[in-house]
Design a protein. Structure first.
Length: 238
């Protein structure tokens, strides 16, 4: 898991450093991440990666002891289930993230734990895992939780963990990289969504789906408007 997380950070770092054409106008934060990145964030992220490794080792132990529902043979379940379990894992992750995130915004927890993550006012790839150690455990705990509650092939679990870590870094990269997507995809959160969470704090708690924030009316009032502005920028209408 730490290797996957590091790969996700490095992928975005290299991608953004290459400054593809049109990237600058998609900057959500005031400064690009080369200016906003702090050593504190990097050190906290490195600590989180060690915690991810510890949780990974615990999961390995639990798997060998037969406590998880991880399987390795594709004969155990049919091929369709490989896809179903991947999306099922994402759905569990989405619900878990929204409600655990709301919990972390409860004042006694926020002031002791989650405030660390919110010290990144201009998120960048190194902010994605810049957590208090307790939050690092809570965040990565979703991987063993999934492995405990649903039968999942080891490769699907790795694929799911990689996807989750990549989306986390995308949400913190500071740029909107897919503003001009067809409106049917508005059901998914974009990078602006989590960026606004770091700017305004009490809005936009969701991860993948813009569903829980809609149901609980926690979307920032300007989220759709700002997304539309970026859409126009990407189309070159501004
Ligand atoms: Zn938060
Ligand atoms: Zn964040």
């Amino acid at each position: 898991m730490p290797l996957l997380a590091t790969a996700a950070i490095l992928l975005f770092w290299v991608l953004l450093k290459a400054r593809p054409i049109g990237l600058e106008k998609m900057l959500i934060t005031k400064h690009s991440f080369f200016a906003s990145f702090t050593k504190k964030e990097r050190n906290r992220t490195l600590t989180s990666l060690l915690i991810f490794m510890g949780v990974g080792l615990l999961l390995d132990w639990a798997y060998k002891a037969g406590f998880t529902q991880i399987y390795t043979s594709t004969n155990d379940y049919n091929t369709a289930y490989l896809f179903i379990s991947f999306f099922f894992a994402l759905a569990i992750n989405d619900v878990y993230f929204y409600f655990s995130h709301r919990f972390m915004h409860w004042k006694p927890i926020f002031t002791r734990v989650h405030y660390i993550h919110h010290q990144s006012h201009e998120p960048n790839p190194w902010s994605a895992f810049s957590f208090h150690p307790i939050e690092a455990v809570l965040q990565i705990a979703i991987v063993p939780i999934v492995a405990l509650i649903i039968p999942i092939h080891i490769y699907v679990l790795i694929g799911f963990s990689s996807f989750m870590l990549l989306v986390s870094v995308y949400g913190h990269c500071g740029y909107e990289l897919r503003a001009n997507k067809p409106s049917i995809f508005n059901i998914f959160n974009n990078s602006i969504h989590h960026n606004q969470h770091h700017q305004f704090v009490k809005y936009n708690y969701g991860l993948y789906l813009n569903l829980w924030d809609r149901i609980f009316k926690t979307n920032h009032p300007t989220y759709t408007e700002v997304t539309d502005e970026f859409k126009q920028k990407e189309r070159g209408e501004e």
